[in-house]
Design a binder for this molecule. Structure first.
Ligand SMILES: [Zn+2]
Length: 276
């Protein structure tokens, strides 16, 4: 029996698409010209499919999501500005959407940091001397920073506040780009901003792995140089900036990146420590 559908088409068209080949989209009734509906994007296929067919489609969807994301990330890292430029030219389907990419990579990075205990204050305070600890307590008005109840509440708050504030950085960076390239559309800056911050999150995640301080300093220097080089190439590719303009704008953006990062860290601490 058919499900009642008040907006169904003429009986002739109905019986036509019930028998194969399917000529109308089941979702929006538009004529089908290929494997996907040109109007709504739904895949051609019967309303009720065999379990085998359903599993095949589910596997297809999973695989296409899986290989698109690492491929997009790899191209972002390998060729600064290339994915952004392609995306802004309208070649979008081959890449994971910028916001989704940023959220997935940030979530993986935060989950990894939680797992190895980087976001656990007791781990961070382990190597702090008692004088430094006292200084910290005075600075932030904490009664006893080694109190397990305090540590528990602090960690829980960081794990809530940090992921939310993390979403602010690409938006803040897009505003900095808008100030530097006033005539360009905001959506162009947003795409570049999400791409750039995704690469920064992915690459800087490596630096939270516990390592000797010499390696960490070398890593931070490499990150700053890499960040600068990335911006030079990305600005040249995406906005076509050249010469002195490119040097000045890269410098201003680097200052912007530092200010935004510092503000977000400070805001995280203030929110976490308020009324703790
Ligand atoms: Zn459709």
């Amino acid at each position: 029996m058919n499900l009642p559908n008040p907006e169904s088409q003429e009986p002739a068209a109905r019986s036509e698409h019930e028998t194969s080949p399917q000529t109308l989209c089941l979702n929006c009734n538009s004529p089908l010209t290929g494997p996907f509906c040109a109007q709504c994007g739904q895949r051609r296929g019967p309303a009720v499919m065999s379990t085998r067919e359903w599993l095949r489609q589910a596997a297809d969807d999973l695989v296409s999501l899986d290989y698109k994301l690492p491929r997009t990330l790899w191209q972002l890292i390998r060729q600064p500005g290339h994915v952004t430029r392609e995306y802004l030219r309208g070649r979008r389907e081959r890449f994971t959407r910028p916001i989704r990419l940023y959220i997935v990579i940030s979530a993986i990075s935060i989950a990894a940091m939680s797992t190895i205990g980087v976001m656990d204050l007791s781990n961070l305070l382990k190597d702090t001397s008692s004088e430094d600890l006292e200084l910290l307590e005075q600075m932030f008005g904490i009664e006893d920073a080694s109190n397990p109840v305090f540590l528990e509440r602090f960690n829980r708050r960081v794990n809530t506040v940090f992921p939310i504030l993390n979403l602010v950085s690409p938006l803040a960076f897009a505003i900095v780009l808008k100030l530097l390239y006033w005539r360009r559309h905001l959506h162009e800056h947003l795409v570049l901003s999400f791409h750039f911050t995704t690469v920064m999150v992915a690459v800087s995640s490596i630096l939270v792995i516990p390592m000797p301080s010499v390696l960490l300093v070398a890593g931070l220097v490499a990150l700053a140089v890499g960040c600068c080089g990335y911006l030079v190439l990305a600005l040249a590719r995406v906005y076509g900036t050249r010469g002195a303009h490119l040097a000045v704008r890269t410098g201003l953006l680097m200052i912007g990146v530092v200010i935004v990062t510092q503000l977000i860290s400070a805001a995280t601490f203030m929110i976490v420590l308020s009324n703790l």
